[in-house]
Design a protein around this ligand. Structure first.
Ligand code: 3HC
Length: 692
C-alpha cells in the first residue's frame, strides 16, 4: 500500500488497483480528496499490470458530497473536470465501491466511474436542492441517461435519498454485494470485468433514455406544475429543471458546461447561502458548551405522558413510532378513551394515505398503556406532563410525581410559557426537572425546545437532547424565560400585528405580507387555525381587544367557521366584511386615526422586533447561539429556510439597517422598540449576529 496523499492510499490485489479515500467524518470531496482521487487513479491507470481500478472509501461512508464549507472560497486543488478526465475518460475500467451515503458530488463521482457496486444498506441521492444548489458535477446530465428523465427529475428535485435496491432496479448500480464485504465484492466484480473483457462504460454515451424524452416538453411542464407549490419562493429548482432539459436537448459536453455555470451562479445567491448556513446550524444545535459530548446518558426504556389531549397524544406518538413504550394518564375515563382513540385515528389516516402498513399501527398501539392514576408512572424513565397551561395545576402534578416517579427519572413539562424553575421548586429533585416543549401537531413538527432549569443536571439535559434525536426531532437547548425562544419572539410579532390592524391595515394585509415573505401563513390565519380562545375566558372578557370581541361573538377561528376570516365548508378563508367593520369601529372608539400602511412597514414592524427580541435572548444567554434561534424558527414556525432564520436574515439585510429602523420606531411608537444593547454592540463592532 502506498500513500498518494494524506487522505488517499493506493494498493493492489493482483491486476486490480484499489484507490482508498480516507477523509473523516464523511469523505467530503475537499481539495485533498479531489487531488488524491485524481493522482491515485492516474497512477493506477498508468501501471501496465493494472487491468481495472476500484475506488472505495474508508470509514462510515462513500464520498458524501462536495465539501460544503469550501463553497464560496477561492478554488483550490483538482477540478471536477479533471476528475471526469481521469475517471470517465480513463483507459481502464473503474468500479466505484459504495457504502454509507453516496450523495451529491460523491454520487456524481460514482457516476463518472464505469461501473458501480454497493452494499444493500448504501443510500444514494442528489441533495443539492436542499442547499439551494443543483448538482454541479454532471448529476443532471448523467443520471437521466441511466434512469430516464422523469425519475432523474424526481431524484434531483426531491433531494431525497434512495436505497441500494432502488439503485439496482433503476440501473444506477450494476450489482449489490454482501453487506460488510464491499472490498471483496468490488474486487470480485472487477475480476469479472477483466475476465469478460468488459470495456469502460461511459454514461455520457448512453443516449437511449434521453432520446425518448426529446420532443416531449410536457414531461417538464408536468413536473413544473407538480413542484410549484412545494417550491414557493425557492429559486434553484428552476435551474435544476433547465439543466435536465438541456441534457435532453444538447450534446453531453455542452450540457455539462451549462450545468456547471448554473451551479456556480447559484453558490453566491442569498438563498443558497442561507440554506448552507441552515445545514451547519442544524448540526451545531446538538453541541452544548458545558455538557461534554461523551457524558453518560440515562437509558429511556419507558415514557409516561400526563394528559391525553391533543398535545399529550401527539407527544406519545413520537415515542410509539420509535418503539418506546408509553403509559398515558388522564384523570377521567372518557378523556382517556378519547385520547387513545385519536391516536389510533391519526395512525389509521396515515395508513389510508399509504404511508404506513396497517400492521405497524397495531405494533404501535400495543406499546401504549392507558391509565387513570399517576401511580402507574412509577416505572417510567421519563415522564412528560402535558396538562392545562396553569402554574398551580402543573405544580400539583409535579408534587405528586415527585412522590411517585423512580429515583433517576427525568421529569419534564411540556409548558410553552411557564417558569420551569417554579415547577421544579415544588419537587425534592429540581436537578431532574426540565422542559420538553413540543410544537403542535407534536407528532409532526420537528422542533423540540429542551428547557434547561437553573438546577437541571447535565446528564438529564444530554439525555433529553439525545432522545430528541432518537425520535427524529431537532432539539434546541433554551433557557427559562416567558415563552422560551420561539414563543417569546412570536409574541413580538403578534403584538405588532394587533397594533397594525388598528392603525390602518387589515388582517389579510398583514397575512399577505408575511405569507409573501415565505412563511406558511400570517399571524391572523395562524390564530384562526389555533383558535382565538386559547387562554380566553368568557367570565373575564371585557371587549377590550379585537380578539376578545371576536371570541365573545363566537368567532373563535376555523373550528367555529369564523374568526378573523370567514370560512366556507372546505375551510377556505375569505376576508370578512364584518370583521373589517368591527376593526374600524373599535379603532374609532379608541380615537385612533387610521392611515394607509405600506407593505414594507408591515414587514419591518412584524420582523424587526422579533430580531431585537432574539438579540435580548442571546444577551441573557437563553439561547446558545444566534443559529439556534434560527433553527427554532425554521423548524417550529415555518420560517422559510431560504431566508436562513430571523437572525441570519438580520445579518443578510445588515444589523445596522435593523438598528436604525428600530430606533426610528422607538421615537415614533415607544419603548417596545428600544434596541437590545447586544444589537447596538454588533453594529458598533461591525460584526454579524451569527458570529457571536
Ligand atoms: N461538507 C462538509 N461537511 C460535511 C458534509 C459536506 N458535504 N457532510 C457532512 N459534513 C459534516 C457535518 O457538518 C458534521 O460535522 P460536525 O461533526 O463538525 O458537526 C459531520 O460531517 C457529520 O455529519 P452529520 O452530523 O450530518 O452526520 P450523519 O451521519 O447524521 O449524516 C450525511 C451524514 C448523510 C452524509 C449528512 O452529513 C449529509 O447529508 N451531508 C450532506 C450531503 C450533501 O448535501 N451533499 C451534497 C453537497 S453539495 C454537492 O455535492 C455539490 C456537487 O454537486 C458539486
Amino acid at each position: 500500500m502506498t500513500a498518494v496523499n494524506s487522505v488517499t492510499d493506493l494498493s493492489r490485489a493482483g491486476e486490480i488497483a484499489v484507490v482508498t479515500i480516507n477523509s473523516p467524518p464523511v469523505n467530503a470531496l475537499s481539495a485533498d480528496v479531489r487531488n488524491g482521487l485524481r493522482d491515485g487513479v492516474a497512477k493506477a491507470a498508468a501501471a501496465p499490470e493494472v487491468k481495472a481500478i476500484v475506488v472505495i472509501c474508508a470509514g462510515r461512508t462513500f464520498i458524501a458530497g462536495a465539501d460544503i464549507a469550501e463553497f464560496g472560497k477561492p478554488p483550490r486543488g483538482a477540478t471536477l473536470l479533471e476528475l471526469q478526465g481521469v475517471l470517465e475518460g480513463g483507459p481502464k475500467p473503474i468500479i466505484a465501491a459504495i457504502h454509507g451515503t453516496a450523495l451529491g458530488g460523491g454520487f456524481e463521482i460514482a457516476l463518472m466511474c464505469h461501473y458501480r457496486v454497493a452494499v444493500p444498506s448504501a443510500k444514494f441521492g442528489l441533495p443539492e436542492i436542499k442547499l439551494g444548489l443543483i448538482p454541479g458535477a454532471g448529476g443532471t446530465q448523467r443520471l437521466p441517461r441511466l434512469t430516464g428523465v422523469e425519475k432523474a427529475l424526481d431524484i434531483i428535485l426531491s433531494g431525497a435519498p434512495f436505497s441500494a435496491q432502488e439503485a439496482l432496479q433503476w440501473g444506477v448500480v450494476d450489482a449489490l454485494v454482501e453487506e460488510g464485504q464491499l472490498r471483496e465484492g468490488a474486487l470480485g466484480f472487477a475480476r469479472k470485468v477483466i475476465d469478460t473483457h468488459m470495456l469502460p462504460r461511459k454514461i455520457r454515451d448512453l443516449n437511449e433514455k434521453i432520446e425518448a424524452a426529446r420532443g416531449h416538453p410536457e414531461i417538464f411542464e408536468k413536473v413544473r406544475r407538480d413542484y410549484a407549490k412545494k417550491f414557493r419562493g425557492f429559486e434553484a429548482w428552476q435551474s435544476a429543471l433547465r439543466a435536465v432539459q438541456v441534457a435532453v436537448d444538447l450534446p453531453f459536453d455542452e450540457g455539462m458546461k451549462l450545468e456547471r455555470q448554473a451551479f456556480l451562479d447559484l453558490i453566491p445567491t442569498e438563498q443558497s447561502r442561507a440554506q448552507r448556513y441552515v445545514f451547519f446550524a442544524e448540526r451545531k444545535v446538538w453541541k452544548i458548551a458545558d455538557v461534554p459530548e461523551d457524558i453518560p446518558v440515562l437509558p429511556i426504556r419507558k415514557v409516561g405522558v400526563i394528559g391525553a389531549g391533543t398535545m399529550g397524544g401527539g407527544i406519545s406518538m413520537n415515542f410509539l413510532n420509535a418503539g418506546i413504550p408509553v403509559t398515558i394518564v388522564e384523570a377521567e375515563q372518557d378523556a382517556l378513551e378519547r385520547g387513545v382513540a385519536t391516536i389510533r385515528r391519526n395512525y389509521d389516516n396515515t395508513v389510508k394515505k399509504g404511508r404506513m402498513a396497517a400492521a405497524d399501527v397495531e405494533t404501535r398501539m400495543r406499546l401504549l398503556s392507558p391509565g387513570l392514576d399517576l401511580g402507574v408512572l412509577s416505572d417510567c424513565d421519563l415522564v412528560i406532563e402535558a396538562v392545562y397551561e396553569d402554574m398551580a395545576i402543573k405544580q400539583d402534578v409535579f408534587r405528586k410525581l415527585d412522590r411517585i416517579a423512580k429515583k433517576d427519572a427525568i421529569l419534564a413539562s411540556n409548558t410553552s410559557y411557564l417558569n420551569i424553575d417554579e415547577i421544579a421548586g415544588v419537587t425534592g429533585r429540581p436537578e431532574s426537572v426540565l422542559g420538553m416543549h413540543f410544537f403542535s401537531p407534536a407528532n409532526v413538527m420537528r422542533l423540540l425546545e429542551v428547557v434547561r432549569g437553573a438546577k437541571t443536571a447535565k446528564p438529564m439535559i444530554a439525555t433529553a437532547m439525545q432522545l430528541a434525536r432518537k425520535i427524529g426531532k431537532i432539539g434546541v437547548l433554551v433557557g427559562v424565560c416567558h415563552g422560551f425562544v420561539g414563543n417569546r419572539m412570536l409574541h413580538q410579532r403578534q403584538r405588532e400585528a394587533q397594533k397594525l390592524i388598528l392603525e390602518g391595515a387589515m388582517p389579510w394585509d398583514v397575512d399577505r405580507v408575511i405569507y409573501d415573505f415565505g412563511l406558511p401563513m400570517g399571524p391572523f390565519a395562524m390564530s384562526d387555525l389555533a383558535g382565538l380562545d386559547i387562554g380566553w375566558s368568557k367570565a373575564t372578557s371585557k371587549s377590550s381587544t379585537i380578539r376578545e370581541i371576536l371570541c365573545e361573538m363566537d368567532r373563535r377561528g376555523q373550528k367555529t367557521g369564523a374568526g378573523y376570516y370567514d370560512y366556507d365548508e372546505a375551510r377556505h378563508a375569505k376576508p370578512s366584511a364584518l370583521v373589517e367593520k368591527i376593526i374600524l369601529d373599535f379603532a374609532a372608539e379608541q380615537g385612533i386615526k387610521r392611515r394607509p400602511i405600506a407593505d414594507d412597514e408591515i414587514l419591518a414592524r412584524c420582523i424587526y422586533p422579533m430580531i431585537n427580541e432574539g438579540a435580548k435572548i442571546l444577551e441573557e444567554g437563553k439561547a446558545q447561539r444566534a443559529s439556534d434561534i434560527d433553527v427554532v424558527w425554521i423548524n417550529g414556525y415555518g420560517w422559510p429556510v431560504y431566508r436562513g432564520g430571523p437572525m441570519f436574515y438580520a445579518d443578510l439585510i445588515g444589523p445596522e439597517k435593523v438598528l436604525t429602523k428600530l430606533k426610528q420606531f422607538e421615537v415614533t411608537m415607544g419603548a417596545e422598540f428600544k434596541p437590545a444593547p447586544l444589537l447596538e454592540g454588533v453594529v458598533a463592532e461591525k460584526k454579524r449576529l451569527q458570529d457571536l
